[in-house]
Design a protein around this ligand. Structure first.
Ligand code: NOJ
Ligand code: CA
Length: 713
């Protein structure tokens, strides 16, 4: 038995947790390491690390045969049962057993850091750490380390390959990290697709997960689902009501981890995204570490949403200053193409990106407290976009179509206080894009354009690569790092999933990586059902910001689309500006659809960068209510959305500042509102609200609620 930490260390720990900001304290001392010999079920060699509040414990041990394994418990109850870890390599025996423990080291940290933009300004990063050094018993005595960080809201662990004589480079054929569940949990999942995350979420028991059934989706230009696996974040609820979400943090120079489903043993095992071209999953020189494998744990659904574990597991920012990027609302030449009112290409004769049209959007933005305009289809190449195999060298990121005067649009925008957002659709030809990165970003820098939306529609060229494999992970990373040199912030569509890298690279502002609003314009399956976003909030959104593009007012889409519509009420479209977090939020509809719409006032008013976030309530797949305080003004905004079921919610306004009155504008579903039958029935009321108020609201089926709370000085 190792000694318990001395009491004064414990007290210092508690005091440090209460210090307000930037008081960095590292605990190199033996704080939480306990060798357990008393617990019968775990082997004698078990080492354990507990969360600062002692609720979560990870136990790590070697099974018979020297197989590394771990368990996780919450409040004394096992939540992850004995799960093994290991690797398979090319041209080298696997590292799946025959290991011995060499040494352990404990540590931890309790610091508060600041986000340049985000859901909140200050983030507490408080964890206990355990490093386990292992060695292969027979020659060549390869070394492998495990590092566990346990937080009050979950844990992360990663495998570390230290520098060593026996291995200089590894070619990983697969990583075999297991997560053994303790029951047949209810799961919210999308298939483990190697090319795209734009699937609808499924709600099933773990034993009913069937990803293969989702192959060949007619609306996905790229999709490859080799196994019955799920993508992360995958969120679960146990029979006891505990919420778990599995994901990864800091995915750098490695392949995306999908989780293969073993129904019989209630176990998930990592299945890395591969490359048919290269014939392996990951190639790395030593030393290196895998991304963090994460498990967020919370007694309720809203706790998952409040967790900043994924961000905390990423490295601090590598950029000294990102003040050149300002969080913003934006409009753009975009929805009109998805409605087929205009086109990206010029040959159709209905080109959307003309100088005149761009100026119309700029005028609209300037008049409505919106500071960004996105213009898609501005550059040559679109005649040769979807459906073409030979897309290498087609798109050019510096040459505008002849009816679009880029310089003039930038100048006009500047005059009106509106920034242009650049658009680079790569058509999944990353090599063409990489060749042009410097020229494209140099042009943007010259014009003073600080953000770009990128896109990767189609199968990756070269053939045999997938959007989520190591080769593409490295491409997305190269884009971010190059963009940073030119003071460019990136919003990637068809991206690699978000694993919290915005902490390290705060110019990675947003991305898609889920089924966005655009599906409502053209999906052959009727678009996103009302439960879509109440699931996304507790799954995809745990990864980080996403560019959903809310704010469609013209819900039935007529006359542009006869068979499609938005499957929410108008009030829900407003609520999304608060519920969905992104430092760029689009007002996606056509300017003419916002004319004479009193509800548009909410979009004019709503903040887009936050001092604080309070998750008030929610259940995965049913509803969620979030309040956010705007940075700088102290104003609050509340958003609530529900699935296809109507429900009453009670909001306790005790998050508001003491002694302050707020002038509230309440945008709620009208008495007859219904996502399908009467989506635009909305009622707007004014009220004075203080922190002692508690109010009840009714959300219509597919409905929502949006409240702005402006401080009365
Ligand atoms: C797919 C993106 O998600 C969408 O927003 C964009 O308009 C098209 N690609 C064209 O780049
Ligand atoms: Ca539901």
């Amino acid at each position: 038995m190792k000694e318990k930490p001395p009491d004064d260390a414990r007290i210092r720990h508690i005091l440090d947790a209460k210090k307000p900001t930037m008081n960095k304290t590292i605990f190199p001392i033996l704080l939480l390491l306990v060798f357990i010999s008393c617990k019968e079920t775990l082997p004698d060699n078990t080492v354990r690390v507990d969360s600062p509040d002692k609720n979560i414990s990870a136990s790590i041990f070697l099974l018979n045969g020297g197989v590394p394994a771990y368990t996780v418990s919450y409040d004394g109850k096992t939540v992850i049962d004995t799960s093994t870890l290991g690797f398979e390599f090319k041209d080298m025996p696997p590292l799946t057993g025959n290991m011995e423990l060499v040494a352990t080291e404990t540590g931890g940290e309790n610091v508060t850091w600041e986000m340049p933009w985000g859901e909140q300004r200050k983030v507490v990063n408080n964890y206990s750490e355990l490093l386990i050094q292992m060695k292969e018993i027979p020659a060549p005595n390869r070394l492998l380390n495990l590092r566990f960080r346990v937080y009050d809201d979950g844990l992360g662990f990663r495998m570390e390959f230290p520098e060593q004589p026996a291995m200089q480079e590894v070619v990983i054929m697969d990583e075999n990290t297991q997560f053994k569940l303790t029951g047949d949990h209810t799961c919210w999942w999308i298939p483990g697709d190697w090319d795209i995350y734009e699937h609808l979420y499924n709600t099933t028991k773990f034993s009913e997960i069937d990803a293969i059934a989702k192959r060949n989706h007619p609306d996905l230009a790229q999709s490859y689902i080799p196994e019955n696996a799920v993508n992360t974040p995958v969120t679960m609820r146990t029979a006891d009501g505990l919420h778990l979400s599995f994901h990864e943090a800091a995915l750098v120079d490695y392949a995306d981890m999908t989780l293969k489903v073993d129904k019989e043993h209630l176990t998930m095992q990592s299945e890395l995204v591969g490359s048919d071209r290269l014939g392996y999953k990951v190639k790395r020189s030593l030393p290196f570490t895998t991304p963090w494998r994460t498990i967020q744990i919370s007694e309720d659904a809203k706790g998952l949403l409040a967790s900043r574990l994924i961000l905390n597991l990423n490295e601090p920012s590598k950029l000294d200053d990102v003040s050149w990027f300002k969080p913003k609302k934006y409009v753009g030449i975009w929805w009109e193409m998805h409605l087929n009112k205009s086109t990206w290409d010029m040959a159709s004769g209905r080109h959307g990106a003309t100088t005149e049209n761009a100026k119309r959007y700029i005028d609209f933005a300037a008049a409505n407290n919106i500071t960004g305009v996105l213009v898609e289809g501005w550059n040559t190449g679109w005649e040769h976009w979807i459906g073409f195999e030979d897309r290498e060298g087609v798109f050019d990121f510096v040459t505008p179509y002849p009816d679009y005067n880029l310089e003039e649009v930038v100048r006009y925008g500047r005059e009106k206080g509106v920034d242009l957002i650049m658009h680079h659709e790569t058509s999944a030809a990353p090599r063409t894009y990489e060749q042009q990165l410097d020229t494209a970003y140099a042009l943007m820098q010259k014009l003073g354009i600080h953000s770009v939306k990128t896109g990767y529609v189609g199968k990756i060229i070269p053939k045999g690569e997938y959007h989520h494999g190591q080769w593409m992970v490295n491409h997305y990373q190269k884009v971010i790092e190059t963009a940073a040199k030119y003071q460019v912030a990136v919003n990637a569509h068809e991206p690699i999933k978000d694993t919290g890298l915005r902490r390290t690279w705060p110019n990675f502002i947003s991305r898609e990586g889920m089924r966005g609003q655009e599906f409502n314009a053209w999906a052959s399956d009727g678009g996103n059902p009302p439960e879509h976003l109440p699931i996304v909030a507790f799954t995809r959104m745990l990864g980080g910001p996403f560019d959903f593009t809310p704010g469609i007012f013209h819900i039935k889409l007529k006359p542009y689309k006869e068979k499609n519509q938005i499957n929410t009420t108008l009030a829900q479209q407003l609520a999304l500006y608060v519920v969905i977090y992104s430092p760029i939020e689009m007002a996606a509809d056509l300017p003419e659809h916002y004319e004479n719409q009193p509800a548009f006032q909410f979009i004019r008013d709503v903040g887009v960068d936050w001092e604080k976030t309070e998750v008030l309530d929610g259940e995965v797949g049913d509803f969620v209510t979030i309040a956010r305080q705007e940075k700088g003004t102290g104003n609050w905004f509340v958003g609530s959305i529900t699935d296809e079921n109507s429900r009453n919610i009670t909001i306790n306004f005790d998050f508001l500042e003491k002694g302050v009155q707020y002038k509230a504008a309440i945008y709620k579903d009208g008495p007859n509102a219904h996502w399908n039958d009467n989506p635009t029935d909305i009622s707007i009321e004014e009220a004075t609200i203080t922190r002692s108020d508690e109010l009840e609201f009714r959300l219509a089926p597919g409905g929502g609620l949006a409240i702005s709370l402006m401080k009365v000085e």
